[in-house]
Design a protein. Structure first.
Lengths: 289, 542
């Protein structure tokens, strides 16, 4: 039996008369200590899939199983790292991680908590920012705090929901290496969601494409057999990497084209304009006058 | 190294200005520390000089328009008159203090003070006499000046009057003649009509001519004569001081606490002596009864305190105290109820009709309701346990807590509770879903979820609500005090309006500024608190 399993999981929203199925008949089994990357277009239900895995949402049909038992509620065993950091802005870096540690390890005394927190902050190289508030940190640093908090809970499964999507390319590369290093250091099961083929190919043991929604489901996985450690600098010269990357990309693009072809009759022809992305890089809070 | 400490001080000051909301003074500090002087000068001109100029021009406009608007209770006071009334109120407070200490002086000190005050009184009496003479002199002077101006006008007026009287008589005779001729048929009727009409026109013209002379005379009479005004002012101020000295004399002598005590004590002693030598049982009984009465009066005097007249400072203190009592009552209810509303949609649905209906109710109505409802708790306010307890507390005993204060505070609380409640509910209900997810993943229990996630995330909005509440409370308080006769600024204004002294209007405007300035500082205080709890480093509006 697999370590983490999704059995025929479906979820949707809306009233029965006008129901939109977001995910349909998802089947996935992740082995212990495996690193699985789920890749998909935006809007295909990736984050919903992650919420299901973490137990934050309940599936309409099917089950999520960890160790064979059904996941009913979220908990520290399934450590989710949220897409938008989810740090508590009124607590410092230390305070944010401390809250999690105290909750997960209630038997720790003060010194143990402190030592534990500092170890994980050290792991993401943020020791100088220990007493800073989240709004004083850059996006990449916040992401690292979020990672440290999730790791500090010592979850059995690490669920990374587009952990690097909000970062610039350079910071992203640094954090990718960081995540791989940490994963290799104390092996554990990881499910990472991403929309970046390079990232998936570089980091994962297995790439699972998510088809285009609605009614998205998982397509045939691509195993990544490249040896670790994978050398980022020489990847582009590695024929295996190029081949895999090309086939995944071709699959994804083809799927996109297929779905467009399917839709062509029903959709109005739109001019080819790419809208500006006005979404702010981080959540801004509403100021009250 | 010296440079960095200097910078540190600078940034500390700038930060303080920022937190307290006085960012307009930012360039001044930067200029003092020599940072880009040109830029700072430009900023000072833009954000300090021009606004200051605007405010000054408003004050100028006020002093210009004031005397031009005549009302039933006199002219609208100009800024300098209001400033004068501020000083007068300050003097009153100062004098109350002196009288209180006079009242409590005893022994040699009292005698020395009495002697000195008596001497001052004599000197002032002389001064009053002199001032009175000066006023009389200036009055005569004014009259003489006026007469000089008025005499030719008056002569002219009289001569015109007699001239016009003659002319009117002549016209009457003419009309009589014409009417006779018309009746005899010698002339047309229209001639008579024309004559009468012309007479009317001429009479009107003459009358207006005479009136214009009269009004010129009146105008001269009503013109102010500066030396006389000065002399009168001088007299008023000296007479005022003299009167104050007279009152001091009374408080040092007849009305002094220890003088009265001594009198009562000696009376008691007298009775005691008499009692020992009383001839008959009947006499003894009579004297003993008197002795008991004397004893009681000694006891009463010992507990007596100076009955101070209310001063503006006392009223202000009491108003601030009342508003905080009301405000804390409001916060005490609003925050827990608001949190419950935010947490539970059913509870929110239950509270919504109540909030919606009672929120717009006027403070006046609440005051009346509280006077009836809360008033029922004080069948005998003099001996009520709660009031006695409050009045024996060390810091607030001088504020004389009475039912009126409690009614006003309840009214303030009732009006201030809504903004805090609604904002707290909003703050709790609009908690970020991400933070809720964190709580779920960590499996926080109800209480730690409440205290570690919900309340911290709602705090900025809670304080924004409290800030509005305090503002509303302060505004409501003045009306409530005026209506409930609870000592405070509201009552001060109301009494001024009812009394109608020459300073009434100026005092009311003074209170307007006092209320405004205190309200400003209360708001600033809340802004600073709000800044301390807001975690996003966000600004708060001024």
């Amino acid at each position: 039996m697999a370590y983490l399993e999704l059995n025929n999981v479906s979820i949707g929203f809306g009233p029965p008369s006008n129901r939109t199925e977001v995910l349909k008949d998802i089947n996935l089994s992740v082995e212990e200590n495996e690193f699985v990357a789920v890749i998909g277009f935006s809007g295909s239900g990736k984050s919903t899939l992650m919420s299901l895995l973490a137990g934050l949402q309940k599936p309409d049909k099917g089950q999520v199983r960890l160790h064979g038992s059904v996941v009913e509620n979220p908990g520290p065993r399934l450590g989710i790292m949220f897409q938008n950091y989810s740090l508590l802005p009124w607590l410092t870096v230390f305070g944010n991680i401390e809250l999690a540690v105290r909750q997960v390890f209630p038997k720790f005394n003060k010194a143990q908590v402190k030592e534990h927190v500092e170890r994980y902050v050290e792991m993401v190289s943020l020791t100088p920012a220990l007493e800073k508030n989240p709004h004083e940190l850059s996006g990449g640093m916040r992401q690292r705090v979020s990672l440290a908090r999730t790791l500090a809970m010592q979850p059995e499964v690490l669920l990374l929901d587009e952990p690097l999507s909000a970062l610039d390319a350079l910071t992203r590369a640094v954090l990718q290496d960081e995540i791989i290093r940490i994963w290799e250091e104390d092996k554990r099961t990881v499910v990472m969601i991403t929309n970046d083929v390079d990232e998936a190919t570089l980091m994962a043991d297995r790439i699972v494409p998510l088809t285009i929604g609605p009614e998205a489901t998982l397509a045939e996985p691509f195993p990544v057999t490249m040896e670790r450690p994978r050398d980022r600098a020489n990847l582009n010269k590695n024929p295996e990497f190029m081949k895999l990357k090309n086939s995944v990309t071709r699959f994804m693009v083809g799927m996109n084209k297929e779905s467009k072809d399917l839709k062509v009759d029903t959709s109005v022809k739109m001019p080819n304009i790419i809208p500006h992305d006005f979404t702010p890089p981080s959540r801004t809070s509403v100021k009250v006058k | 190294m010296a440079e960095s400490t200097k910078d540190k001080i600078k940034y500390r000051i700038l930060k303080t200005l920022d937190v307290s909301g006085f960012t307009a003074f930012d360039p001044v500090i930067r200029l003092i520390f020599g940072e880009e002087p040109q830029k700072q000068f430009a900023a000072i001109v833009k954000y300090l000089v021009i606004p200051a100029f605007f405010v000054l021009s408003c004050i100028w406009f006020w002093s210009w328009i004031g005397p031009r608007h005549k009302t039933k209770s006199g002219e609208v006071p100009t800024p300098d008159i209001v400033w004068e009334s501020v000083q007068i109120n300050d003097t009153i407070a100062e004098r109350e203090k002196v009288k209180r200490s006079d009242f409590q002086l005893k022994g040699a000190e009292r005698e020395a003070a009495l002697e000195q005050v008596a001497r001052e009184y004599e000197i002032l009496s002389e001064e009053v006499k002199a001032a009175k003479a000066l006023v009389a002199e200036k009055e005569a002077e004014k009259k003489a000046r006026e007469e000089k101006l008025i005499a030719p006008l008056e002569a002219k007026y009289e001569s015109l009057k007699s001239e016009y009287r003659d002319a009117a008589k002549a016209r009457d005779a003419e009309i009589a003649r014409i009417s006779e001729e018309v009746s005899e048929g010698k002339l047309e009727a229209s001639a008579l009509i024309a004559a009468i009409r012309n007479d009317g026109i001429a009479t009107d013209r003459e009358r207006s001519e005479l009136n214009s002379y009269k009004s010129r005379i009146d105008e001269i009479r009503s013109q102010k004569y500066k030396p006389l005004d000065q002399a009168r002012k001088q007299y008023d101020s000296v007479a005022d001081k003299q009167f104050f000295m007279k009152t001091r004399l009374e408080f040092l002598d007849d009305r002094n606490l220890y003088v009265k005590l001594d009198e009562a004590q000696s009376e008691l002693n007298e009775y005691m002596a008499e009692l020992s030598t009383a001839g008959s049982a009947k006499d003894a009984l009579k004297i003993a009864k008197r002795a008991v009465r004397a004893e009681e009066s000694v006891a009463r005097l010992e507990g007596q305190e100076y009955a101070s007249a209310v001063t503006i400072y006392h009223q202000t203190k009491r108003s601030i105290f009342t508003v905080f009592v009301g405000f804390f009552m409001a916060a005490f209810v609003a925050i827990p109820v608001g949190i419950m509303c935010g947490l539970n949609k059913i509870f929110m649905a239950c509270m919504t009709p109540i909030i919606s209906v009672f929120k717009p109710v006027s403070p006046v109505v609440w005051l009346l309701i509280f006077q009836i409802v809360v008033g029922a708790f004080f069948p005998d306010p003099e001996n009520h346990a709660l009031l006695n307890f409050l009045n024996n507390l060390p810091l607030i005993s001088s504020l004389e807590i009475n039912p009126a204060l409690i009614f006003s505070a309840c009214t303030v609380a009732m009006c201030a509770v809504w903004p805090a409640l609604v904002n707290t509910a909003l703050g709790v209900a609009s908690i970020d879903q991400d933070h809720v997810n964190v709580a779920r993943v960590l499996r926080l229990g109800f209480w730690s979820r409440l205290f570690k996630i919900v309340i911290p995330s709602a705090l900025p909005l809670v304080f924004a609500g409290l800030r509005i509440s305090l503002g509303v409370g302060w505004m409501v308080l003045i009306a409530a005090e005026a209506l409930s006769s609870s000592d405070g600024l509201g009552k001060f204004v109301w009494d001024e309006y009812q009394n109608g002294s020459s300073l009434t209007f100026a005092n009311i405007i003074m209170v307007c500024f006092v209320v405004g300035i205190i309200g400003f500082f209360l708001d600033r205080m809340m802004i600073i608190l709000q800044r301390f709890v807001s975690f996003d480093g966000g600004g708060t509006s001024v």
